[in-house]
Design a protein around this ligand. Structure first.
Ligand code: URA
Length: 241
């Protein structure tokens, strides 16, 4: 545990709030997760009223700093934190940055990202009106799947991002994101198109845009899934395809 004097002002402020909530007997933490030293060792519960006002994306980013918590740090070009509206109702969560994302420091900017941008536009939204992040924030070598220790290091920050944003709906992009977020081994083809609860946030899994690039015939099913989200968020559906 770092001593208070070594912490940034933001981290001190955050810890002060967290201690205050705990002193008040407010249970802000639910499940156990390994977490970095500045934050309590469990999952923030986004159901707590006002929690997003205490816990901002800037605080989470400051806490990550020049993250060296896992073995992906030495090979990354940029840590890909996330982008979009810090109070978005809809959040997309992918797997991990690829080569383009690593270079640009922004999630979903390569070919799969361009397709995601079109999917978002088809919903009548834009990248600026949603929030886009990944399960892990650094590119795995050769785009291999993230490993359990890497997820364990990074997951608390995703949970904190979700708590700060307070989205109504999270769209989990692909098998890896859906299975990790929901802590299940159920196949993506069985998970997709339905809502699941994640501490009061509705999670709807669908196929990953990279999968759609290889299987364009599945776009129809993804569009059906996106329409379920649009209905939940009361987004106008008429004339959209
Ligand atoms: N695939 C992902 O899962 N995330 C990205 O940011 C890019 C590609």
């Amino acid at each position: 545990m770092k001593i208070l004097e070594e912490m940034s002002p933001i981290a001190k402020e955050m810890q002060g709030y967290l201690h205050w909530l705990q002193d008040e007997g407010i249970d802000i933490w639910k499940q156990s997760h390994p977490i970095s030293p500045l934050t309590p060792p469990e999952l923030p519960n986004p159901e707590i009223a006002g929690f997003g006002d205490l816990f901002t994306l800037e605080m989470v980013r400051a806490e990550m700093g020049d993250c060296q918590r896992c073995k992906l740090a030495p090979s990354r070009t940029n840590l890909v934190f996330g982008i979009g509206d810090p109070k978005a109702e809809l959040m997309f969560v992918g797997e991990a940055p690829g080569m383009d994302e690593d270079v640009q420091g922004e999630p979903f900017v390569g070919k799969a990202g361009q397709l995601l941008t079109k999917m978002i536009a088809a919903m009548g939204l834009s990248r600026e009106r949603v929030y886009i992040a990944n399960i892990i924030k650094c590119r795995p070598p050769q785009n291999r799947n993230p490993e359990p220790d890497e997820i364990a290091s990074c997951r608390p920050f995703l949970d904190q991002q979700i708590a700060a944003i307070g989205p109504k709906v999270i769209c989990a992009l692909g098998k890896f994101s859906a299975q990790t977020l929901l802590n299940t081994e159920t196949r993506i083809s069985d998970l997709r198109g339905k809502f699941y609860d994640l501490n009061g946030v509705k999670v709807l899994p669908t196929f990953h845009p990279a999968y759609l690039l290889r299987n364009p015939g599945e776009k129809k099913r993804v569009w059906e899934d996106l329409q379920v989200i649009m209905a939940e968020l009361n987004l106008p559906r008429e004339g959209r395809k």
